[in-house]
Design a protein around this ligand. Sequence first.
Ligand code: PMP
Length: 406
Amino acid sequence: MIDVEQLRKEFPILSTEVNGHPLTYFDNGATNQKPKVVIDALEEYYKGYNSNVHRGAHTLADKATGAFEETRTLLQKFINAAKSEEIIFTSGTTEGINLVAQTYGKTNLSKGDEILVSTMEHHSNIVPWQLIAAEKGATVRPIPISDKGEIIFEEFEKMLSDKVKIVSVVHASNALGTVNPVEKIIERAHAFGAKVLIDGAQSAAHLPIDVQELDCDFFVSSAHKMFGPTGMGFLYGKEAILNDMPPYMGGGEMIKEVSFDGTSFNTLPYKFEAGTPNIADTIAFGKAIEFINKWGKEEMAAHEAAILKYATEKLKKEVPTAKIIGEAENKVCVLSFIIENIHNYDVGMMLDARGIAVRTGHHCTQPLMARYGLEGTIRASFSAYNTFEEVDRFIEGLVRIVKMFG
Ligand code: PMP
């Protein structure tokens, strides 16, 4: 088991107060907090070796390029990609999915084709597909889920046909916590010749990821859900597929040669990285990966699971008017719920007054909320630095709120 008190010391923000109370940060599903090593990396870069990457013949450019490319290697190992060229830096999960939709989708979809997503997808794994589907005359079809919040696998299998070109599903749901059986989904989709994209925004920092073993065609995630900076992320794609895809954006870095007679494109990964990249945040992202490696993803996940179990049981026992939304067998550390006769937003505001940060609303999953006939939920999402005492404070807060509305 990890030493949570030691882990907390790595995060400057965790010793601050909000509204006169120690911060209890339960909004990790939206973005998690940053350890000092990540924050320091940004300052060190800007103060010590700020320079553009790849092009310079000087010391600073060399140093920046080395640190920048180091993150690619760290990510390659982190998800066990066969080659570092298969890691494309993006601004996050959203950009990764749009990139695939606008390149792979643009060249491989035609009229009548189908794209399968699940009902529990984040909007960023729905809308990019709707945009390309509208352009190509394809359709986006939702895979139904059960009341517990699990994909109904038999329904998914029934939807598979040779019309299905892409299956794009979330690994772990940000709104319910459900961990989807992506191995089985990938295997079944491949049997019909479809390519599979896994949205790993909520899984990369919590679940073991081996893209070669999974055999997914694409995997996307965001640095800011992995103790790294915002506006940064990555796309993994199988080399052969990425090589066949046209570029996404045009500009510097992604070219081999430009002339008015025609332009040739750079090799992977640069073909998909037009323009000056987000250098500082990429370097800091590398520090976040090292941080996860140092503390151990499995060890952190074990603590998160214990926190989730404790919070779930305590909520059921002490707040009987709460209804949990999403009770899948296999979950990451997300506890979504509503409380009878009290508006989600009021709960969020009143918890905030006690220094407790949770998220309320639709969590960018409106079709999922519609599935449950809800506008939104209250979501507490935990990280490895959260404590049992914080859960006690949270439940105590909820009990008071229920009494007040009594
Ligand atoms: N998918 C899931 C499951 C998410 O939780 C999120 C972020 N909430 C996204 C996609 C989008 O990530 P980003 O906003 O970092 O691009």
